[in-house]
Write a protein that binds this ligand. Structure first.
Ligand code: FAD
Length: 247
């Protein structure tokens, strides 16, 4: 599997996550003070049941009070370029300006592994880029350009395959949205592998919210991807056609 290098660790999750979400939900429907609701002696299963029920109605904003922070490594800049498009999340990524690619490492995509010819070509290009990158830095240093000033221009020749590390924080509402998009088979393989690893952690930590999370078809009950559908759920147009013929 191409995700062999992928590392995903949970750095932190909001303490008393279920209690916080439960109190926030209850605050919407209760004259009580949320801080007092938090102290009420209500069993965890009862809280989970309540949270699941309200979530199913589409009321999601209380989920924004709980966040997960992940440390992710062994990924390419192809992946992080897609990841950082999620604007509701927060990111801290290893800089190519402050951190010189001393030991240049990169992610090999599946098709470059599948075909030996492409594998050889890919490694050859990576070796060449690595060598040229080092030569550019050495040359700049010989001219008195050092450290970040040299790195920031030399990095222009580094490929999208370059390995990187990133810290990601998302609140639960954004995580559900992220999983809907990135667990789908239409998502690119590397970010999908990351999404599934994050989803497994979220399911373990907060099943009331994430037990049924995943690609958007799970929530919709149909696939909106048309001819690109993986077939897991009926296609949207087939559902509409079936609905019309019943009338
Ligand atoms: C299969 C796939 C293919 C893709 N292909 C391309 C591509 O070819 N080119 C490309 O550029 N991108 C592409 N993307 C990226 C995509 O367009 C989104 O930028 C990315 O998925 C982030 O999603 P988002 O904007 O919904 O999420 P987030 O930024 O995480 O936002 C979450 C939600 O908040 C709301 N929101 C956030 N900001 C705003 C705002 N400014 N105004 C209104 N509502 C807002 C929206 O409801 C949004 O869904 C692709 C994504 C997928 C999953």
């Amino acid at each position: 599997m191409p995700e062999a290098k992928l590392k995903v660790k949970l750095l932190a999750v909001t303490p008393q996550a279920l209690d916080v979400i439960y109190s926030a939900f209850r605050q919407c429907y209760s004259p009580k003070y949320a801080a007092d609701i938090l102290k009420e002696k209500i069993s965890q299963p009862a809280k989970e049941k309540f949270v699941k029920k309200v979530l199913a109605s589409g009321h999601e904003s209380p989920l924004e009070h709980v966040s997960f922070t992940f440390s992710v490594a062994g990924i390419s800049r192809v992946l992080t370029h897609q990841l950082v498009r999620h604007r509701i999340a927060s990111f801290s990524q290893q800089s190519q300006r402050y951190v010189k690619a001393e030991k240049f490492s990169y992610i090999v995509p599946p098709l470059m592994r599948k075909y030996a010819y492409l594998g050889r070509k890919f490694s050859k290009i990576m070796r060449l880029l690595s060598q040229e990158y080092k030569e550019i830095i050495s040359f700049l240093e010989s001219q008195g350009v050092k450290g970040e000033a040299a790195n920031q221009d030399a990095r222009f020749i580094l490929p999208q395959a370059t390995e990187t590390k990133i810290v990601v924080t998302m609140n639960c509402r954004e995580l559900l949205h992220f999983f809907e998009l990135r667990c789908c088979t239409r998502a690119q393989w590397e970010i999908r592998a990351l999404a599934y690893r994050m989803l497994a952690i979220c399911k373990r930590e907060l099943p009331a919210v994430f037990a049924t999370a995943g690609p958007k078809c799970i929530k919709l009950g149909y696939c909106p991807e048309g001819k690109f559908s993986c077939g897991r759920y009926p296609r949207r147009e087939d559902v509409i056609r079936g609905h019309k013929s019943e009338r």
